[in-house]
Design a protein around this ligand. Structure first.
Ligand code: AMP
Length: 453
């Protein structure tokens, strides 16, 4: 009796949405479960992928990938997805959410195989905001599905459409796509979305930020009314909620990192510095700490190019990644960075979104983002899958207001550390930051100083 009682209690805690549990759904205001990639001591008994109900081929694939335990989002998302429920997931990248939706998606496709149909039809569609994220999700689908007879492909812009058409014409079960290129294919009738059973919207907030709402609505109009929808977003604005409300039917609500909070595994620090000495400070930090891999954010594409050139002239290997670069150049820069051929990858917010670089130890905000939420996304590039990470922000007097906005959003003050040789000149007056243009050189007007927030 005692054993049965314990068993039921275990299932109610670990499988809150399983048929064995009476609990209806997860709540967004649940306390944070913690970080990624490894079980949390004392949080729950040890769990395996098998016990989540995944089939042997999938368990084998994740164990070959080296995962021993499911991450919090995987524990929460996999059971309700397997049941066929819609999901509203509040999860940043770095939490293991890709496997969280891909594993059960593959399993559902296996169990809903259409025996009579001769040709493969697209039964799962994953929409992502950027080409890089599409490529990474597609790699995950291939990795996790390697022991299953399912076919997938990825389509995004910036590369020739014809090879994509050829792959699509041979038939695929899973399609990973960015919205614009998907609509190009739809316009040329090279894609048929009428058999989609599962739709995944990954990083929905970023898709809206990037102005894809119309494209998304046009894609939705091409899909069957009845389908399972898995909706993921790191933040939940009014627009996101509106989009989700129109799409989801009594979804299981899942959240692993509380909204708009920075991952606890990331140490954050602000280095106050004059604008015209930032580049020197960055080279000093990279050199004196002997950093081998650091992702640096600038606000503009022009700023990224300029900084990259300056770092190279300082003898530091660097590459830039942003929207004006060709897809080939972006892929090459990322590959060189991952392989350790370049030490510094300079990126704009949009280009960096979704980059999955394992164990990235340092992120530097060379310039603070105009939108405070982008800070959370930026520092989420480090401290992933349970590793420690460090996020540094080089902040000049012009950016104090942006810093205040960020601190208000993350509900904590970021420690300020002045580096001896780079003390800011207190007489420099703040100047407005021009959106979308290269930062202006600070003028050394001697007026009332402002204190660091
Ligand atoms: P994602 O949030 O999907 O971008 O995943 C972040 C990183 O976590 C990726 O490098 C994954 O390979 C890794 N990852 C995903 N699931 C696990 C797991 N269960 N154990 C360890 N690492 C994982």
């Amino acid at each position: 009796m005692v054993l049965i009682g314990l068993h039921l209690l275990f299932n109610a805690v670990i499988f809150p949405d399983s048929p064995r549990s009476k609990k209806a759904s997860f709540r967004l205001d649940r306390p944070k479960l913690c970080v990624l990639g490894r079980p949390i001591p004392g949080e729950h008994p040890r769990m395996s992928f098998e016990s989540l109900g995944l089939r042997a081929e999938l368990v084998r694939a994740v164990s070959e990938k080296g995962y021993s335990d499911p991450t919090p989002i995987q524990r929460q998302a996999i059971p309700p997805i397997l049941e066929g429920r819609d999901i509203m997931g509040g999860a940043q990248t770095g939490t293991g959410k890709t496997a969280g939706f891909t594993l059960p998606l593959l399993q559902r496709l296996m169990s809903s195989a259409r025996p009579g149909s001769k040709r493969r039809a697209i039964r799962a569609l994953v929409l992502t905001p950027t080409r890089e994220l599409a490529a990474q999700v597609s790699e995950s689908v291939i990795t996790y599905g390697r022991h299953l007879p399912l076919k997938s492909t990825v389509i995004f812009g910036g590369v020739s459409i014809n090879p994509q058409k050829q792959k699509l014409s041979k038939g695929v079960d899973i399609l990973v796509a960015t919205p614009g290129r998907l609509l190009d294919h739809a316009g040329q009738s090279s894609v048929n979305l009428s058999k989609v059973d599962i739709l995944v919207l990954d990083e929905a907030d970023r898709m809206l930020d990037m102005g894809f709402i119309r494209d998304i609505r046009r894609v939705l109009a091409l899909l069957p009314k009845h389908k399972q929808t898995l909706f993921f977003s790191a933040t939940f604005s009014k627009d996101i909620r509106q989009l989700a409300d129109g799409l989801l039917k009594s979804p299981a609500l899942i959240e692993v990192a509380r909204r708009n909070t920075a991952a606890d595994s990331v140490t954050q620090v602000v280095h106050p510095v004059d604008s015209n000495r930032k580049r020197e400070l960055l080279s000093f930090l990279v050199g004196s700490n002997n950093w081998k891999q650091v992702l640096v954010f600038t606000r503009t594409k022009h700023g990224a190019n300029r900084l990259c050139k300056q770092l190279i002239s300082d003898g530091i290997t660097a590459a830039a990644i942003h929207g004006n670069k060709s897809q080939g150049a972006r892929t090459r820069a990322l590959a060189d960075f991952k392989a350790g051929k370049v030490r510094v990858l300079v990126a704009t917010d949009i280009a960096a979104r979704g980059l999955d670089i394992n164990q990235l130890p340092h992120v530097v905000n060379y310039e603070l983002p105009n939108v405070a939420e982008d800070y959370v996304h930026r520092i989420g590039r480090t401290g992933r899958a349970g590793n420690e990470g460090e996020a540094m922000s080089l902040v000049c007097v012009d950016e104090f207001k942006l810093l205040k906005d960020i601190e208000r959003l993350i509900k904590r003050a970021i420690p300020k550390v002045v580096i001896d040789d780079f003390k800011p000149d207190p007489s420099i007056r703040a100047e407005p930051i021009h959106r979308g243009r290269g930062r202006q050189q600070q003028k050394t007007a001697r007026k009332k100083p402002r204190s660091m927030p």
